[in-house]
Design a protein around this ligand. Structure first.
Ligand SMILES: CC(C)(COP(=O)(O)OP(=O)(O)OC[C@H]1O[C@@H](n2cnc3c(N)ncnc32)[C@H](O)[C@@H]1OP(=O)(O)O)[C@@H](O)C(=O)NCCC(=O)NCCS
Length: 126
């Protein structure tokens, strides 16, 4: 698992209990994982296909800084799968875990398209 973007929790990111709103966190994760899929598959034509069970483990508060971690899990013909963990930058406490996030490469009309990547030619440096 490699940690990429960091986010500062601001007032507009909070729920009624004044902790981080889950929907905001999922938006950040979807965006971060989408960018990761684009860089791994070498195309911007990817869509989110599937997000598995989401475990909200602990909360975050205004002023906290969180970091979004992604791990490569598997590569298919048109898809790529990651796992995700978000944690507090300073305490390292886990906030959320997702086992599988699947992205699919699509053509201009939204039909799945082979990405041509496999374990031998996928880049892990970015
Ligand atoms: C993405 C989309 C084109 C896939 O269509 P589809 O008919 O499921 O396509 P396929 O059955 O050919 O599957 C495509 C790939 O997704 C994988 N896949 C399909 N359903 C899956 C599921 N429930 N879980 C995990 N992977 C799945 C398949 O295994 C396949 O991967 P592979 O080619 O690497 O083996 C279609 O579902 C779609 O347009 N969804 C909306 C996407 C979107 O708008 N996302 C933004 C958020 S709303």
């Amino acid at each position: 698992m490699k940690f990429y973007s960091r986010k500062l929790i601001k007032p507009e990111n909070l729920n009624a209990r004044n902790t981080l709103f889950g929907g905001v966190l999922l938006k950040w994760i979807d965006e971060e994982a989408g960018i990761y899929a684009m860089t791994k598959l070498g195309t911007k034509h990817v869509v989110t296909k599937f997000i598995s069970e989401i475990d909200f483990i602990s909360s975050a508060r205004q002023g906290d800084v969180v970091e979004i971690g992604l791990g490569f899990k598997q590569i298919g013909r048109t898809s790529i799968t990651f796992s995700c963990e978000v944690r507090n930058v300073f305490t390292k406490q886990t906030i959320i875990k997702i086992e599988n996030i699947v992205f699919v490469k699509v053509n201009e009309t939204g039909i799945p398209q082979p990405h041509g990547k496999n374990l031998n030619n996928i880049e892990f440096t970015n």
